[in-house]
Ligand binder design. Structure first.
Ligand code: HEC
Length: 426
């Protein structure tokens, strides 16, 4: 063979090789363009600028170098994107949300939003496997038996409270929650006219403002303050047992105390502890139940209780009884972000109203509609109870129900209300 011919032949091979490298590069970057479109739509609302969580900006122009071969902050043994190795790419673990097969820390991504669709996950998976092999090496065996379709969250409850009862859901570390709970006045104005009192909306309401902080993955602490008696409740929620494959229940405890800070309330008991056992279970993907047996100590907060001994003799009376009640609740969650909630809290023993006055307490019940948008939950509710804090709702409501047979002449006596939950993550 003539040496020119040989040279030409080699040149032709090299050009061809170059062309195929260029084609591989091009295909890789085309795939990345589609990935970036997903990041822009679903991730940069949080992952942008200097405040991006863990310094991970996923903005166009930054994402590639922040990801590829860059160690994860949460799990430094893994790269955020490991070229041509899907299952060892930490980002993939965070979006696939399958703790058993591909463990990751903290929350799945996109945080507090629906899992990415199967198609979106495929786009990201295809990109991870498309790194030109001459530069990045061979494609590692992909974990293709992990199906992105297996759907999400093992959380039994949409929010940290069902309506008044705490659920077995905890915030987890690096998370705080701000809650505003609001209960309007009785809907029929205490009489019979709902429209005249505008559903209770323009009368005095009770509001509770709450701050909770997740201490670790099982424990939250909270402090809240309600306008009822200027109460301050401080509590800890600890849920050490979480429902999982062979554990059908989540089990925990909620314990704390309430302090009546208002000086003009001549309350017999300013300080009342309460303890609640929490058991929650997700029965099906859409239905969960909650049981919360509760002891509220010194739960009679009446300012003065006077006991009549005979026609002329009255005596001051101190009621230190505890109330034992069993909170029962259910949640039906037909859609990812939407749930119907119900609670009923029958009292078993203890204080059930002032024995010496016409001041009976009625078992608390409530119904709610909850809607979740990312880190917020909005809940609209009706309840027979205007009280919010544990020590106040456990003994029952003093709002006198209108009996069913009177409903033709009297409007029902309920309270409208809402709960707003807002989480903060860092
Ligand atoms: C609502 C805000 C929010 C959204 C939206 C969001 N993230 Fe995150 N991301 C966070 C926070 C906060 C962290 C750190 C704590 C955690 O993991 O929960 C984080 C952590 C991560 C990590 C771990 C980084 C490391 O170095 O360990 C990855 C990977 C990640 N997110 C990818 C994504 C992807 C991909 C999307 C979009 C599909 C997304 N995130 C959407 C808030 C968000």
């Amino acid at each position: 063979m003539n040496k020119y011919l040989l040279g030409g032949f080699l040149l032709a091979i090299m050009m061809n090789l170059n062309k195929s490298i260029a084609a591989q590069d091009q295909a890789h970057f085309d795939k990345f363009t589609k990935v970036q479109a997903i990041f822009t739509a679903k991730c940069v609302s949080c992952h942008s600028s200097e405040q991006a969580p863990m310094g991970l900006s996923l903005e166009d122009g930054f994402s590639y170098r922040n990801l590829v071969n860059s160690a994860s902050t949460e799990d430094p043994s893994l790269k955020r994107i490991m070229p041509n190795n899907v299952s060892d790419s930490y980002l993939y673990r965070k979006i696939i949300r399958d703790q058993e097969q591909l463990p990751f820390k903290d929350e799945g991504m996109p945080l507090d939003d629906e899992k990415l669709s199967k198609d979106e996950i495929n786009v990201i998976e295809n990109w991870i496997q498309s790194f030109p092999t001459n530069i990045w090496g061979e494609i590692a065996e992909s974990n293709s038996e992990i199906s992105p379709s297996s759907d999400e969250s093992s959380e039994a409850f949409l929010a940290t409270q069902l309506i008044n009862l705490p659920t077995t859901r905890v915030l987890g570390s690096k998370t705080a929650e701000f809650r505003i709970l609001h209960r309007f006045a009785v809907s029929n104005g205490g009489g019979s006219n709902t429209l005249g009192s505008f559903f209770g909306l323009d009368n005095g309401a009770i509001t509770s403002i709450n701050l909770s902080v997740g201490l670790n993955k099982n424990t939250d602490i909270l402090v809240r303050r309600s306008g009822e008696n200027k109460d301050v409740e401080v509590a800890i929620k600890h849920v050490p047992i979480q429902q999982s494959g062979n554990m059908p229940l989540s089990i925990g405890i909620y314990a704390g105390f309430n302090w009546i800070s208002r000086s003009d309330v001549n309350a017999k008991h300013r300080f009342s502890p309460n303890v609640q056992l929490l058991a929650g279970s997700m029965i099906t993907n859409t239905f969960s139940i909650l049981a919360a047996p509760t002891i509220a100590f010194r739960s009679n907060h009446n300012a003065r209780i006077i006991k009549q001994i005979n026609d002329t003799t009255f005596q001051n009376y101190k009621d230190s009884r505890a109330t034992f009640a069993v909170g029962l609740g259910a949640q039906y969650q037909p859609m990812k972000n939407f749930a119907l909630t119900a609670e009923y809290i029958p009292r078993i023993s203890g204080y059930k109203g002032n024995d010496f006055a016409d001041d009976r307490r009625y078992d608390t019940w409530s119904l709610g509609l909850a809607y979740k948008v990312r880190l917020h939950v909005f809940q609209l509710l009706i309840s027979n109870s205007q009280s919010i804090h544990t020590t106040q709702y456990i003994p029952g409501s003093s709002t006198k129900p209108v009996p069913f047979n009177k409903l033709t002449t009297k409007d029902p006596a309920v309270h409208l209300g809402f709960n707003i939950y807002r989480q903060f993550k860092w």
